[in-house]
Design a binder for this molecule. Structure first.
Ligand SMILES: CC(C)(COP(=O)(O)OP(=O)(O)OC[C@H]1O[C@@H](n2cnc3c(N)ncnc32)[C@H](O)[C@@H]1OP(=O)(O)O)[C@@H](O)C(=O)NCCC(=O)NCCS
Length: 168
């Protein structure tokens, strides 16, 4: 287990988590900021990339479990690039049925604090597409301010992004 909050447990994903992961990644509404739903291959690659991150970095996106409901989301710390800089980012994606209850901010607060504590990070970032208001509000709830603008090219599309960050 990585962290426990009032309502949630963050733990490493395993190969058994592909189904609940698909429930998030195959939802076109949840995946709007990623330019649409992932197919089964893309979801399997997403999981494989996360498992590789645990091996390579010792951290990644973790499964978020809610008692009685199983895995309702994913949240964790990943290494990311913003332009030429390498940063630590907190990421959060939840099943739509579990939005608007504060779970994302609760899990992301635990992931942010894990990054400060376990990695000694000076700054934790959130890369947010400029259309993703819900994600910006989570970043604001994490105490972040907007620090940068940049463009991410993903799935063949140039996506303007904002870089939110909070210092230790
Ligand atoms: C980004 C994402 C995780 C945000 O989810 P969210 O439900 O808006 O965020 P939270 O779980 O923190 O919930 C906050 C909401 O719960 C409400 N809430 C209800 N009970 C609450 C409680 N006990 N504690 C805190 N907030 C509570 C808040 O008022 C807030 O309401 P609002 O949605 O009307 O603003 C979600 O939209 C998502 O998974 N999107 C798809 C993936 C994605 O784009 N990820 C980000 C990539 S950068």
């Amino acid at each position: 287990m990585i962290a426990r909050t009032e309502r949630l447990v963050l733990r490493p994903m395993t190969a058994d988590d592909l189904e609940p992961l698909r429930a998030i990644l195959s939802d076109p509404i949840a995946m709007t900021a990623y330019e649409g739903a992932f197919d089964d291959d893309e979801s399997a690659q997403w999981l494989a990339r996360n498992l590789r991150r645990y091996d390579d970095d010792g951290f990644g996106l973790w499964a978020v479990d809610l008692a009685g409901s199983g895995m309702i989301g994913q949240c964790g710390i990943t290494r990311q690039r913003i332009d030429d800089d390498e940063v630590l980012e907190v990421g959060y994606l939840f099943r739509r049925a579990y939005w608007h209850r504060g779970y994302a901010a609760e899990a992301a607060t635990a992931a942010r604090d894990w990054g400060f504590r376990e990695l000694g990070a000076e700054t934790i970032w959130a890369k947010v597409r400029d259309t993703n208001l819900a994600s910006m509000n989570v970043a604001i709830r994490l105490g972040m301010t907007v620090r940068r603008r940049f463009v991410v090219r993903y799935r063949g599309v140039d996506m303007p992004h904002l870089g939110f960050a909070v210092d230790r």
